[in-house]
Design a protein around this ligand. Structure first.
Ligand code: TMP
Length: 209
């Protein structure tokens, strides 16, 4: 059914996803691919509104289950309204985060049951999974330095979590990459941006039409 290619990029906050995805997208467009760059939570009007609620530091008391379901709600809208139509139109869809973020953050980070999260993810996506996932792996200490350099208005609700939280999220991601080594490829993100983007492009060579 899908003629296009669905890619996701994952990593802890400060791992360089957004910068490298932008550079990767530019290279793919230069090569003639029709791409669509999306972010989660977000990518739709509803999703961006849900994102504001999720990241608002005033909601420090948000229950983990409420958090999980809000991420899932934003994802359901994005999949149905944007990703499926774009794939059907043959586009290369690059998503800055997808279901693995929920397993790593709400599962390994917050401690929610991974099988329950998988069920919720399946409901939100109708079973759609990226064909390839690039995991940018970085030591949380280095990532935190990058975040300090970046923040203008202060950290959002999830950026403000502890270093121990980021360590659990990173370990969760690495465990997922081991379990799903057919789909998830890990890239060392402590290298200069152009090198990381070269590596991303090299991996995608096999997947791109
Ligand atoms: P971003 O800053 O990379 O755009 O992501 C927003 C934050 O939301 C980031 O701290 C990771 C977090 N997040 C989750 O906790 N679970 C999810 O399912 C997703 C998509 C993001």
């Amino acid at each position: 059914m899908n003629k296009g290619l669905f890619l996701s990029v994952e990593g802890i906050d400060g791992s360089g996803k957004t910068t490298t995805i932008g550079a990767l997208d530019k290279r793919l467009v230069d090569e003639g691919y029709r791409t669509l760059l999306l972010r989660e939570p977000g990518g739709t009007a509803i999703g961006e509104d849900v994102r504001r609620i999720l990241l608002d530091p005033r909601h420090a008391d948000m229950d983990p289950l409420c958090e999980l379901l809000l991420f899932a709600a934003a994802r359901a809208q994005l999949v149905a309204g944007v990703i499926r139509p774009a794939l059907a139109a043959g586009m290369v869809v690059i998503c800055d985060r997808f279901t693995d973020s929920t397993l790593a953050y709400q599962g390994s980070g917050r401690g929610l049951d991974l099988d329950m999260i998988r069920r919720v993810n399946r409901i939100a996506t109708g079973g759609l999974l990226p064909q390839r996932t690039l995991l940018l792996d970085l030591d949380p200490e280095l990532a935190a330095c990058r975040l300090v350099g970046r923040e203008g208005a202060g950290p959002d609700r999830i950026d403000a979590e502890s270093r121990a939280f980021a360590e659990r999220v990173r370990a969760g991601y690495l465990a997922l990459a081991r379990e799903e080594s057919d789909r998830i490829v890990t890239i060392a993100a402590d290298q200069p941006i152009p090198i990381v983007v070269d590596r991303m492009q090299e991996i995608l060579r096999e997947d791109l039409p």
